[in-house]
Write a protein that binds this ligand. Structure first.
Ligand SMILES: *Cc1c(COP(=O)(O)O)cnc(C)c1O
Length: 232
């Protein structure tokens, strides 16, 4: 891809803008830019439209549905083997095994039955078929009934069960704050919880608020529409 192509492709221009804004936010927070990773949320975007981003070096993507990801990513992975795919949408227990074969990071471990299903599927193996190397616990910081995530007061015990009893590789926390509230208090709560639990990774911040999330300690921001425009 030439420089002119890159300038002509709005997705690549937007990606450059997001990367620059992330670096600015990290600098403002006196953090190293390398501490914060961008997960490009590619749900509803077809594979052909993702190839220019892959050609430009992007490797970390997020999908919210197992079935959509299964249709899209194996062919892309054949061409770009070092893709890192995150599951960021609710996972049904009966899709746990499929998710473990497809995703490098599962960010949505949010209830005991799912954690148990993941542990069972890992034990069933075979080990070489399990791609997932890291997981996060999703916390419902706003206690919204329609939203996934464990309630904040229950999170520490749940994380302990996931790690110690079930042996799941939990490396961090993830949250989606309520759309109608300022996100900063939710980000701050998640950051404090992760620190208390000794978890290094914090997935928070989307197109509208990733800079704010970086200022409060996000290590993984999940950005879709700021790169691809509004979803249809
Ligand atoms: C869709 C989605 C995003 C990206 O949202 P944008 O506002 O488009 O950046 C981030 N996180 C989750 C969990 C999502 O489902």
């Amino acid at each position: 891809m030439t420089e002119t192509d890159a300038q002509a492709n709005p997705d690549l221009r937007n990606l450059a803008t997001v990367n620059a804004a992330m670096a600015d936010a990290a600098r403002l927070a006196m953090r190293a830019a390398a501490e914060v990773s961008l997960t490009i949320v590619s749900k509803t975007i077809d594979a052909g439209r993702l190839r220019p981003l892959l050609d430009a070096g992007a490797r970390t993507f997020g999908e919210n549905k197992v079935q959509e990801a299964a249709g899209k990513w194996p062919a892309l992975r054949a061409d770009y083997p070092d893709i890192c795919l995150h599951l960021i949408g609710g996972l049904q227990t009966n899709k746990a095994a499929d998710a473990l074969r497809l995703f490098d990071v599962i960010e949505v471990v949010d209830r005991p039955r799912l954690a148990e299903a993941l542990a069972r599927a890992i034990a069933a193996g075979p080990p070489e078929a399990i791609r997932t190397r890291a997981m996060m616990v999703q916390v419902n910081t706003g206690r919204e009934p329609q939203k996934g995530g464990i309630d904040a007061p229950d999170a520490a015990a749940f994380v302990r069960t996931c790690r110690e009893t079930l042996g799941l590789p939990i490396i961090g926390l993830m949250a989606i704050p309520p759309v109608d509230e300022p996100p900063a208090p939710h980000f701050a709560l998640l950051h404090q919880m992760a620190q208390e639990m000794g978890l290094p990774r914090l997935s928070m911040g989307m197109s509208g608020d990733y800079a704010a999330a970086i200022c409060v300690g996000a290590t993984d921001v999940r950005v879709g529409s700021a790169i691809f425009g509004p979803r249809g």
